[in-house]
Design a protein around this ligand. Structure first.
Ligand code: EZ4
Ligand code: CO
Length: 403
């Protein structure tokens, strides 16, 4: 089964997605998600210019060898662009393999280890009351877990606040980066009040999550984690800038609030110490950004040795193909924790038709072969690429801060 064609399709149905399409000599088509928010064309060019020529004529059955070939063969290892490109190839090859065998990818991974995949909803609002009401809406819809983010009083813009009417939060909007102002003191005064109000009004009968989005120092994170302990968080996400693995030793000394990190990671080496030293509770690598199913399976296997569970990143900037790849892995691994998920903006449904579906707080996969996501190329062409950037953060004195 040889790869005879490889195409990269960039489309913007609501937001930008990059899709890798591989075709084999027996006419099987597999899809991979190559979307890297705000840097889409870098991955597209990496694939088109440097990877596609290596794929034509390769045996599509050799998923492991292709992964190693692209990783070791580049010499320049890791990094989000390279690893997203490798991830897209890997995901497309698993899709092809499933379609060739007529089985869903999770079956190829050893079969379902659970009935469905628990996801969390993204509640937000301009005030605490609005946010709690939004969280209640998710609970009424059967969600078992909800993340809460609310506008910080005194700041014009806060990460994680949904503006549209659907379930999607999309931060990359302007054709230049939005400039936001960040104030850690205001945030640290406010976040515990938001969490306390959520528990006071909605109780303890669901999992509660919050994302600090890489903005705190280790000591500030320790203080926040400690102040949230009475509210039994499912996790505190991305407390500090994630490239500093050693920072988590300090956070761990100060709080028993469970810690999650990893949405900006792209390889097992980014979390080697975090997992091996039991400094985190959930590893949040995004399947398309961290080398695909093949590499994330290794990360989650390694994590299982240390009692660390999965919590894959799954925002609207991971396409339904990337989400499906994550779900097949989630369903099959022993140490699944939770899956991030939000609906995609409406026009995306003209381009992507996933077979996974929501019921009772879980996403369910069918026995559709491969990943089970259809991709409509002519619909994709109706939505050409638009340059978009994620926002940037500045402190009140104008210095750059982590967004
Ligand atoms: O800011 O995916 O947990 N989810 C997140 C996301 C990220 C975006 C960046 O592209 O932190 O909202
Ligand atoms: Co996050």
């Amino acid at each position: 089964m040889k790869i005879v064609e490889a195409d990269v399709i960039v489309t913007c149905p609501g937001r930008n997605y990059v899709t890798l399409k591989l075709t084999t000599d027996d006419g099987i088509v597999g899809y991979g998600d190559a979307t890297l928010n705000g840097r889409e064309l870098a991955v597209s060019a990496y694939l088109t210019e440097h990877v596609v020529p290596l794929l034509i004529g390769r045996d599509a059955n050799r998923i492991n060898d292709t992964w190693q070939y692209l990783y070791r063969g580049a010499y320049w290892r890791r990094g989000p662009v390279t690893m997203t490109a490798i991830g897209a190839v890997d995901i497309a090859l698993w899709d092809i393999q499933g379609k060739a065998l007529g089985r869903p990818v999770y079956q190829l991974l050893g079969g379902a280890a659970r009935d469905g995949v628990m996801i969390y909803g993204h509640a937000s609002g301009a005030t605490i009351d609005e946010t709690v009401a939004d969280a209640a809406r998710f609970l009424e819809a059967g969600y078992l877990a909800v993340r809460v983010q609310a506008k910080i009083p005194g700041l014009d813009a806060t990460y994680g606040i949904r503006t549209g009417s659907g379930l999607t939060y999309e931060p990359a909007v302007g054709d230049l980066p939005a400039e936001e102002v960040w104030d850690t003191a205001a945030y640290l005064d406010f976040a515990p009040r938001l969490v306390a109000a959520t528990r006071d009004q909605l109780g303890f009968g669901f999992h509660l999550l919050h994302d600090a989005h890489h903005r705190l120092t280790p000591l500030e994170a320790g203080r926040l984690g400690k102040s949230l302990e009475p509210y039994r968080m499912f996790w505190l996400e991305d407390a500090t800038p994630a490239e500093d693995q050693a920072a988590f030793r300090l956070i761990r000394q100060h709080t028993v609030t469970p810690l999650a990190v990893g949405e900006v990671f792209n390889s097992i080496w980014d979390c080697q110490a975090l997992i091996g030293e039991r400094l985190i509770d959930y590893i949040r690598t995004a399947v398309p950004h961290a080398g695909g199913i093949t590499h994330c399976r290794r990360i989650f296997d390694y994590a299982d040795l240390y009692g660390v569970r999965s919590g894959s990143h799954g925002p609207g900037d991971v396409s339904p193909i990337g989400i499906a790849a994550a779900l097949h892995l989630d369903l099959s691994i022993p140490n699944f924790g939770i899956q991030e998920y939000m609906d995609h903006l409406e026009p995306a449904s003209e381009v992507f038709t996933p077979s996974y579906h929501y019921a009772d707080g879980l996403l369910h996969l069918t026995d559709a072969p491969g990943l089970g996501v259809a991709f409509d190329e002519s619909a994709a062409r109706r939505y050409p690429y638009q340059r978009r950037y994620l926002p940037v953060n500045r402190l009140r004195d104008g210095s750059m801060h982590d967004w």
